[in-house]
Design a protein around this ligand. Sequence first.
Ligand SMILES: [Zn+2]
Length: 232
Amino acid sequence: MDFEALWTFQTEDLKAEAIATEIKRSPIRLKLEKARDFIMDRQKQYKQIEDSVTAIADRKDFLFKALESTISEIEAQKERMASIDPEDEDAIAALREDVARARNEIRSFEKELTQMNADSGNFDKQLRSVRVEAARAKQNFDQLKADYETESKVKKEALERQRARVKSLESTVDPELMAEYLSIRKHTIPPVVRLQYGQCSGCNTSLPSATLSKIRSGALVECETCGRMIIQ
Ligand SMILES: [Zn+2]
């Protein structure tokens, strides 16, 4: 059998495979994927901060309403004060307690509002910085994308040329060998290896002398260990 034609075919086939792998593993492509993940991460972060800002706004609305109602409670307490009998000590004590409670409430609302104002300021700052980072990342992404497109255009053209060369060699290979080659190629690359020092050069297994003489006679032999076709 003409193993040399198959060997030449494989050489060209592996070149095409190498170009395809190079396209897939292009450093620019990997950077591009990282840049995309970074942007998505910042978008998620932005959304989370926005949610916190909304939650603060809701809580503020609630506190303002509570504050208003406590203030009107105090107004009502003042009116009650005017109408209480000055001799009725119990009523006066109860009213004082009500006033003190209302004032405490107001203080605690004010304290929370001050804290929330500080939080809002921090969130605004964070939103600005995330926006700036995302914009920079987008610029970086666009540049990488343009570079990748230029690079992959050149490589894809090279791949197409190489695949055409492989295709043109197909007819030079014995169909039986070709079928065998394609079947091995599905799980092992390269599918064909040379015999080297009595070993399969695919997996370095020493071969029994019966197998060696079969290979030397030009028969189709597959390595029992790695499944590759072994040729002289
Ligand atoms: Zn082997």
